[in-house]
Ligand binder design. Structure first.
Ligand code: FES
Length: 106
């Protein structure tokens, strides 16, 4: 089962398991992780699922597509080199990903 560790801007940590094929956003929403709003439900139209991915984990992720890249320019919290939209991060069974949620999504 894939595992995701979510750390909030305040330092609160949630470690959650999901199913292969889930996105990092879906696991967060299903478990009420604060800091992930996901207004559009994963259709790449809101940027409120913004996360900062731990540097060591960046290589595990699919490359940034143009549409996600454009949407990342509209995030409320600053965009960083490790910014991704969590609805675009689909997990496979062995994944063990660490993300930080930004201070604000809206
Ligand atoms: Fe809206 Fe990710 S949930 S862009």
């Amino acid at each position: 089962m894939p595992k995701v560790t979510y750390t909030s801007a305040d330092g609160d940590v949630s470690v959650l398991e999901g199913n292969a094929g889930d996105s990092v956003m879906e696991i967060a929403v299903r478990n009420g992780v604060p800091g992930i709003v996901a207004d559009c439900g994963g259709s790449l139209a809101c940027s409120t699922c913004h996360v900062y991915v731990r540097e060591d984990d960046l290589g595990l992720l699919p490359p940034l597509e143009e549409m996600e890249d454009d949407m990342l320019d509209g995030t409320t919290s600053e965009r960083r080199a490790n910014s991704r939209l969590s609805c675009q991060l689909t997990l496979s069974a062995e994944d063990n990903l660490h993300v930080e949620t930004p201070e604000s999504q809206v």
